[in-house]
Design a protein around this ligand. Sequence first.
Ligand SMILES: NC(=O)c1ccc[n+]([C@@H]2O[C@H](COP(=O)([O-])OP(=O)(O)OC[C@H]3O[C@@H](n4cnc5c(N)ncnc54)[C@H](O)[C@@H]3O)[C@@H](O)[C@H]2O)c1
Length: 313
Amino acid sequence: MSNGTRVLITGGAGFIGSALSRHLQEEGYEVHVLDDLSFGLRALAGVPDERFHQVDIRDRETVKRTMDSVKPGRVLHLAAVHFIPYCNAHPVEASEINVLGTINVLDACEACGSVEQVFVASTAAVYPIADGAMDETQATGPMDIYGITKLATEKLVSEFHLRTGITSIVGRFFNAFGPNETNPHLIPEIQKQVLAGVRELKLGNLDPKRDFIHTEDMSRAMSALLRVQVKGHEVFNIGRGIEYSVREIVDAFARQLGEPLTITVDPARVRKVERMHLLADVGKLKQVTGWEPRWGIDEGVATLLKERILDRA
Ligand SMILES: NC(=O)c1ccc[n+]([C@@H]2O[C@H](COP(=O)([O-])OP(=O)(O)OC[C@H]3O[C@@H](n4cnc5c(N)ncnc54)[C@H](O)[C@@H]3O)[C@@H](O)[C@H]2O)c1
């Protein structure tokens, strides 16, 4: 028997999954979290113990047993390793978690008999290097191990839908920002340096541009996709549709801090191969769901500074 309001989030103790867990609970969903806490934190999941399942998605039998005991109506699969330098250094582990782990989660969704819809987190890293905004019809062309594992994930989801008929949605996330970031990406790196009192920041390449979307806007987009009852198998970009360079992000920190910040390029942080642009065309998401982003970069940076200052008080 299915329960449309009971959802299971894999990776729900992580950066994006925990924002999603909070958001869906506010909307009245009964949220269960499955996470092995390798990167996430138990406290972030924001669910009571009986709805928290500490499970490694590589453990096929336990994933199946857990799914069977929860019997969710919807599953949002976000558990993965995704920090690109980590994936490059650990390609076997990245493949085991992102590819074999996804097979285990999808098979458990099929076997438990209650799941009507599966949402799987993919990434803008499946796109090739290009200058303009990417829409979902753009040919894929990942350039690192992480992107390759996520493209494999996408293909598995498509095959899952063909085999089971269960509605499946792939969300290609662009660059997330917001509170509780677990990986040392650009924004938490700037945040860390600024909050440590540094005013001459040491950063890598300053010119690449990225499409930064706040985790609350991402959660609202995923929730909107649950609500509109997408049918079949669909792929959606989840980004903001605006790109910012590293310099522009630093400028936003300087504005919110009310102090000038200067930048020194640290050669150790400069990547050998760099995408200069990564921008989402979010026309499909907007058209299908009516979703609009609410968070700009300045509001997001302001809360990051305030939150950390409050935390430390
Ligand atoms: N952060 C971004 O900018 C971004 C961009 C594109 C795509 N994504 C995708 O979004 C999803 C969430 O990313 P995030 O930024 O919240 O990362 P995160 O590392 O904070 O969250 C991933 C969660 O998965 C859990 N996990 C990892 N391996 C696991 C395993 N073997 N079994 C069970 N749980 C496991 C971790 O403990 C963590 O809580 C990932 O699928 C990632 O690939 C993120």
